[in-house]
Design a protein around this ligand. Structure first.
Ligand SMILES: C[S@@+](CC[C@H](N)C(=O)[O-])C[C@H]1O[C@@H](n2cnc3c(N)ncnc32)[C@H](O)[C@@H]1O
Length: 202
């Protein structure tokens, strides 16, 4: 994979990836989040960070109704550079039309070889067709999940948009691969997944 020319991260600051990773300091970065969350996030960051990273552009977008493409262009997003998009912990809260529309926008914005990494809940957990341990606890959360993908059809769902699925792991599988070997104790979940896809093309 080529070194990315830019990162576009949706809502990562609640877990502060952008401010933790030295590797992203020299890469133009766009942090996209809902206006209400973005405001709170910025207030907290400004009060805590002595030296806020200069490479991070904050972009306010409601994925249900705002134009992501326009918002990123106004913020200076360069459509010619390969980009890594991290859409973490977000699609589960969106309607299906919003997820589909924003994937279509990303397909237009991203040059071939760019990556889209997204986390999602297994659709079977939401429609009850698959039973997962611990799902009752997830269902009791204040803001419930409303959208999921079916892992069996994810590749064919994203292919018409120009994305080729490269990997799709439950976070439990991910934890077995990566956490245990790094001395970390997280166990992940069988119903919550991480998918990586590449923008196809010449
Ligand atoms: C559970 S947080 C995930 C944040 C972070 N990636 C993490 O793992 O902690 C969900 C994020 O989705 C964002 N979100 C939910 N609905 C949204 C919408 N309609 N438009 C934009 N962002 C939205 C929220 O603002 C919030 O930042």
């Amino acid at each position: 994979m080529p070194a990315p020319g830019s990162w576009s991260c949706s809502a990562p600051a609640l877990t502060v990836e952008l401010y933790r990773l030295d590797e992203t300091r020299d890469i133009q970065t766009f942090e996209v989040d809902h206006p209400a969350t973005q405001r709170v996030k910025r207030e907290r960051l400004e009060s805590r960070l002595e030296d806020p990273p200069q490479n991070v552009n904050f972009v306010e977008v409601d994925f249900e109704k705002d134009n992501l493409e326009h918002a990123l262009e106004v913020a200076g997003f360069d459509k010619k550079k390969p980009t890594v998009v991290l859409w973490e912990g977000v699609v589960s809260y969106l309607t299906e039309p919003a997820v589909t529309a924003n994937i279509a926008v990303l397909a237009r914005l991203l040059v071939p070889s760019s990556r889209l990494i997204l986390t999602y809940v297994h659709k079977g957990a939401l429609d009850g067709s698959v039973t997962f341990q611990g799902f009752r606890r997830w269902k009791s959360w204040v803001r419930p999940f409303i959208f999921g993908f079916d892992p069996a059809t994810l590749a064919e769902t994203v292919r018409p948009h120009g994305f080729l699925l490269q990997s799709d792991l439950s976070t439990a599988e991910g934890a077995r691969h990566y956490c245990a070997t790094n001395g970390r104790s997280e166990t992940g979940s069988e119903l919550y997944r991480v998918a990586t896809m590449v923008r196809a093309g010449a």
